[in-house]
Design a binder for this molecule. Structure first.
Ligand SMILES: [Zn+2]
Length: 211
């Protein structure tokens, strides 16, 4: 006996909500003869093929501008996802979306090395995770003793410096980084907001204003 599933509920679970997204998904399934117009159930053995067809045809996105843009460029048909968590680009994570925006902005202006001064050890670790390897990232503990020499070499290394004042950041440490050589000055961003998404968002804003 072969089990079957209710198609609309199955589609919703994949992120194809009621409305245009469901209509488009159904049309694709019907086009591939995996179901017919008016049918409400589909045999379980077709699900794998159906899911692969949908994944290859559509790019689900959340309302975030970067995700909409990524969906447009995906080569697949962009569709608004039922929930943010179904976004194929950020999975509903503000941090992931902010990281995408920053990587995009850095690529545009040719920035490859990011220095973040401040932040707790766990947050700095998360930063590494969310930015991945697309950008070289150096982080400096905002409470550790950093020599002027070391700070100078950090500043020479970095294309973009984020001084994260809303977090663990001693004045003694930040002072080393706040006054870089003149040529570098416009690439130092003071961020007073908390949270990774806000930190990265401030960097994106800076790059937008100072391309
Ligand atoms: Zn998204």
């Amino acid at each position: 006996m072969s089990a079957d599933v209710e198609i609309d509920g199955w589609l919703l679970g994949l992120g194809y909500g009621p409305g245009p997204a469901r209509d488009r998904a159904r049309a694709a399934l019907e086009g591939a003869q995996l179901t017919r117009s008016g049918k409400t159930r589909m045999s379980a053995e077709k699900l794998e093929r159906a899911a692969a067809l949908l994944a290859g045809t559509f790019s689900l996105h959340c309302p975030g501008a970067a995700c909409v843009e990524a969906a447009r460029r995906s080569g697949r048909e962009p569709l608004a996802a039922a929930t943010k968590a179904h976004c194929g680009h950020c999975g509903g994570s503000d941090n992931a979306r902010a990281a995408r925006d920053l990587l995009e902005a850095c690529r545009r202006v040719g920035i490859g090395r990011l220095l973040v001064v401040g932040g707790s050890p766990s947050v700095r670790e998360e930063l590494h995770g969310v930015l991945g390897s697309a950008l070289e990232l150096r982080t400096v503990d905002g409470t550790e003793r950093r020599t002027g020499e070391r700070a100078k070499s950090d500043l020479e290394w970095a294309d973009l410096v984020l001084l994260w004042g809303a977090t663990e950041l001693d004045h003694k440490v930040s002072a080393h980084y706040a006054h870089p050589p003149a040529a570098r000055r416009r690439r130092v961003v003071h961020v007073a907001r908390r949270g990774i998404a806000a930190l990265l968002g401030a960097a994106v804003e800076h790059l937008r204003r100072n391309p």
